[in-house]
Design a binder for this molecule. Structure first.
Ligand SMILES: Cc1cc2nc3c(=O)[nH]c(=O)nc-3n(C[C@H](O)[C@H](O)[C@H](O)COP(=O)(O)OP(=O)(O)OC[C@H]3O[C@@H](n4cnc5c(N)ncnc54)[C@H](O)[C@@H]3O)c2cc1C
Length: 175
């Protein structure tokens, strides 16, 4: 696994994409190579430093998916391409894939790591079904990305809000 950076690397925001209601994916110009399940520490000078799961990694950019809920995450979501932030990492462990079939069960930005894991599973010719949950339909992330990877027949979407037909917690769908 890649050795983590001990000091923040100052990186530029390449682009910021609206992922869902109040949730953005921020792409950073960085050559950090991350495995599914890992996270980076994001440093905003004079604000704070907080962990964020890596949702994309291709060797020249890393993506983090941020829900704007408080001072740090709101500041991060308001930043524009070209602005700079600090990141350290990657930290954390990754998953061990086994067998020929896998089921991913994830909710909200918690599915960041599992979406990357799906990409890795497909490279290893492992078939994937994905149960994706969110509080409401508007907060679902990565739906199109996952459909492109495994096809809509292999994606089960659940919400625990009031506005969606498949109303249940995603863990319940796996029973
Ligand atoms: C290992 C790890 C990985 C993480 N990965 C991500 C990630 O990929 N994306 C991400 O957005 N955050 C992630 N977080 C959370 C992130 O580090 C911050 O805690 C989060 O952004 C809130 O910080 P804040 O200062 O903006 O708000 P705070 O001041 O800490 O919180 C403001 C209010 O929002 C509530 N709150 C905090 N988080 C949430 C939430 N997710 N949903 C609803 N309410 C909440 C708090 O209880 C509080 O009432 C991760 C945390 C850890 C430990």
């Amino acid at each position: 696994m890649e050795r983590p950076l001990e000091r923040p690397q100052i990186v530029q925001i390449a682009k910021s994409v609206n992922e869902a209601e109040g949730i953005k994916t921020i792409f950073l110009k960085s050559d950090i190579k991350a495995k599914p399940g890992q996270f980076v520490m994001v440093w905003l000078p004079r604000v704070d430093e907080k962990p964020f799961a890596i949702s994309y990694s291709n060797g020249s950019e890393v993506g983090i998916t941020v829900a704007a809920v408080g001072p740090f995450s709101n500041k991060l979501c308001s930043m524009k391409p070209g602005e700079k932030i600090g990141i350290r990492g990657p930290y954390g462990t990754t998953f061990q894939l086994e067998g020929k079939k896998a089921v991913m069960v994830g909710g909200g930005y918690g599915s960041a790591s599992l979406t990357m894991l799906t990409e890795e599973a497909l490279q290893q010719r492992i078939k994937v079904k994905f149960v994706l949950g969110a509080r409401t339909k508007n907060k679902l992330v990565y739906v199109e990305r996952i459909k492109k990877l495994i096809g809509s027949d292999n994606l089960i979407v659940t919400t625990d809000g009031k506005k969606k037909s498949t109303r249940c917690l995603c863990a319940g769908r796996t029973r």
